[in-house]
Design a protein around this ligand. Structure first.
Ligand code: GLV
Ligand code: MN
Ligand code: MN
Length: 441
């Protein structure tokens, strides 16, 4: 089989998708090119344009399509034996505010190019090949990441998920529009019960996702590809701190119950216990970098220069390759919260949004990727994914693995996210060969 990846077509499609953005051209002259920031939030007009365009590309290429009630989009190339388990690939096209143009999109458009190239090469799959564009991998709008793949994998209860509040206002993630997921998805044209989204275990024979690394290891090592052996377990929480506000001049210091100073202590406590978890792991001979925690969103009420803050809401994103260690860190933070509440006279409430288990790649899929890299003489690194991906939840359905390509300076979730055309083409080629091999098993 002579496989030709049309890198020019793929690149021009990636660039076209990047134009479907709600972010004005950036004025930040310190950022290297490309500086077009991408914001494409699920079920906004821009997301719907991207979805319609992807369906057009799929039909042009001769594939059939299906869209499920949450908007997961299936692009299907029926195999000679449709009763066999399907071989799946895919990723997401939604983008967090002020992001780059490669996160997720390389896995969707690269997956499409891989299938087109196989078709053009005259390949006939025994198993059906499917490319999925999964809805809302990013948590921006409904507060939880991997909405589509969680529902597919049976990780979210489809009978309650429709009540998730719409948190679209970008400037204030604590605000809601009063609408629910059900309202928003049906208005966007995605109807039907969410119970229809879940797939049976065994539906997929194998799942492989192509993605940019989003970290610096491949570039630093000068290695062109990464094969993901496990995906760190993510969790996220919303903390609300309620104190007592008032006039910034007249409310005397001894009388204050400032929610923001309490929040500052909480944020530092999270950092301290995460660093301690890493130090303890290192002392046990482990890598000592596997615990990470981020408070990336803080809302202060009422948010005036001359008001003492009475309420703060903050979002914590905490991840670990070892979920027990993550829970241990959370327990230490909770002990500090108890102390903070009594010492500062604030009330702190915790809402758990998700606390997931890690995904372990299927040995067979990892070995298939590795043997194809070997036969193509392409060096690879076996590595951990510290970002989460739809594959985290596809792993509930099928053996999975991921293929990473390097990205410049390890940068992601920023407008200057960048992978070279050569890396994108190589990742797509190895993906195509892997899909072909898995499809004929
Ligand atoms: C995905 O975007 C993540 O936050 O890991
Ligand atoms: Mn992302
Ligand atoms: Mn992604």
């Amino acid at each position: 089989m002579t496989l030709i990846i049309n890198a020019d077509r793929l690149l021009s499609e990636l660039h076209h998708l990047a134009t479907l953005t709600d972010c004005p051209p950036t004025t930040d002259t310190l950022l290297p090119a490309p500086t077009q920031a991408v914001t494409r939030i699920v079920f906004t007009p821009r997301d719907l344009e991207a979805r319609a365009w992807l369906l057009e590309l799929a039909h042009e290429a001769g594939f059939t399509t299906r869209v499920d009630p949450v908007g997961n989009t299936y692009i299907r190339w029926q195999g000679a034996d449709p009763d066999l388990g399907v071989v799946g690939t895919g990723s997401h096209t939604d983008a967090i505010p002020h992001a780059g143009m490669y996160d997720g999109t390389v896995g969707v458009l690269g997956g499409l190019e891989a299938m087109r190239a196989l078709k053009q090469a005259g390949f006939t799959p025994k198993r059906t090949l499917e490319l999925l564009m999964l809805t809302s991998e990013e948590p921006t709008r409904f507060g939880i990441g991997c909405l589509g793949s969680r529902l597919l994998g049976g990780v979210l209860d489809p009978t309650t998920t429709d009540t998730l509040p719409d948190r679209l206002p970008e400037s204030d993630p604590t605000a809601t529009t009063g609408l629910t997921l059900h309202d928003v998805r049906t208005a966007a044209g995605f109807t039907g019960p969410l119970t229809e989204v879940t797939l049976p275990i065994g539906y997929y024979h194998a799942w492989v996702e192509l993605h940019i690394e989003q970290g610096p290891l491949l570039e630093r090592a000068g290695i062109p590809l990464g094969i993901v052996t496990n995906i760190a377990a993510p969790a996220s929480y919303r903390f609300t701190l309620e104190g007592f506000g008032g006039h910034a001049g007249a409310l005397l210091m001894p009388d204050r119950r400032d929610a923001l100073t309490a929040a500052s202590e909480l944020i530092l406590s999270i950092e301290r216990h995460t660093l301690a978890a890493n130090a303890a792991a290192k002392a046990e001979g482990l890598s000592g970098v596997d615990s990470v925690a981020t408070v990336g969103s803080v809302q202060v009420h009422p948010g005036n220069v001359n008001s003492v803050p009475s309420r703060v809401t903050l979002m914590l994103d905490i991840r670990d390759t070892d979920p027990e260690r993550r829970e241990h860190t959370m327990s230490a933070v909770r002990a500090d919260i108890a102390d903070l509440q009594s010492r500062r006279g604030v009330r702190i409430t915790e809402e758990r949004i998700n606390a997931d288990t890690p995904a372990i790649s299927g040995e067979h899929i990892v070995n298939t990727l590795a043997s194809i890299c070997d036969s193509e003489h392409v060096p690879y690194l076996k590595m951990v994914s510290r970002a989460y991906h739809d594959s985290t939840f596809m792993a509930r359905l099928a053996p999975i693995a991921m293929l990473f390509i390097p990205c410049r300076n390890g940068v992601s979730h920023r407008p200057d996210e960048y992978s070279t055309p050569e890396s994108i083409a190589l990742g797509t080629r190895i993906l195509a060969l892997t899909l072909a091999q898995l499809a004929n098993e």
